[in-house]
Design a protein around this ligand. Structure first.
Ligand SMILES: O=C(O)CCC(=O)C(=O)O
Ligand SMILES: [Fe+2]
Length: 255
């Protein structure tokens, strides 16, 4: 496949897969530099640039957990803290059929590579028409606020960096969702005093794999006239999973 630099990143190689898995486990994030070819980035940029206005920009706020408020807790409890996100996105059904994003996302070798790196038997697309491949846009001043992902991992690649800002910040293993340990005090300290906040650097052509379920993260406001464009390739560890209508309404503004 001409969209991936297979000489540098031999994704069929068992040893390469396990080395990537070890790096992901140790750091909570894995950046594979120069994973995609320049031709891939050029094509995705050409088909995405200028499509900001087709995208959905949510106008509401959310909490770090991406859930409705908990009425049992005070309004000023960290669980009910309202966070601003202003970025926009194209949903899967707005990504062209002939896009290199589809060739990569649908590739068996790519999927089995991702599955091995994240330690799953297989990874599957979303069963709905919106969630699998998304293109995010951050114009001047737009940001993605602090949150934990619903999915256990995310695969992203930056297509166009902003002139400045747009920094990916995270706090590794801040909560333990599997044990339902939400670590409210740690979340509050990270947001209010930046305790434990680290940054992850990545550039166009890099593949980023990130365990966002337990590592809280955000993207700081973009600055300048060049829109930050980033692709999210979303997978599930079980087949036939789709977002609920209310989640679709929140993330895409439609069902
Ligand atoms: O824009 C990014 O780099 C991260 C995106 C992200 O965290 C998300 O889509 O949940
Ligand atoms: Fe996220």
């Amino acid at each position: 496949m001409s969209w991936i630099d297979l000489a540098t990143h031999p994704i069929e190689d068992v040893g390469y897969r396990s080395a990537c898995a070890q790096r992901l486990d140790a750091a909570g994030a894995l950046v594979l530099e120069g994973f995609f070819t320049n031709a891939f980035v050029d094509r995705v940029l050409a088909e995405s640039a200028g499509r900001e206005l087709d995208g959905f920009f949510a106008s509401s706020t959310h909490n770090v957990w991406l859930t409705p408020p908990n009425e049992q807790l005070e309004d000023d409890h960290i669980y009910n803290r309202q966070i601003v996100s202003t970025k926009g996105l194209l949903a899967d059904d707005q990504v062209p059929a002939e896009s290199p994003l589809r060739a990569v996302y649908d590739s068996d070798i790519f999927r089995s590579f991702i599955a091995d790196v994240v330690g799953e038997a297989a990874v599957h697309p979303y069963a709905d028409a919106l969630s699998s491949v998304n293109v995010h846009f951050h114009r001047d001043g737009e940001e993605l606020g602090w949150h934990f992902d619903n999915s256990s991992f995310a695969v992203t690649t930056l297509i166009q960096p902003p002139e400045s800002g747009g920094v990916f910040e995270y706090v590794k293993d801040l909560r333990n969702a599997e044990a339902d340990d939400q670590n409210f005090s740690g979340v509050q300290a990270a947001i209010d005093t930046r305790t434990g906040v680290e940054t992850l650097e990545f550039s166009p052509t890099d593949l980023v794999l990130f365990r966002g379920r337990n590592s809280m993260h955000r993207v700081t406001p973009s600055r300048g006239n060049r829109t930050r464009i980033l692709v999210v390739l979303a997978f599930n560890t079980e087949p036939n999973i789709g977002l609920s209508d209310s989640a679709k309404e929140t993330f895409y503004g439609r069902t």
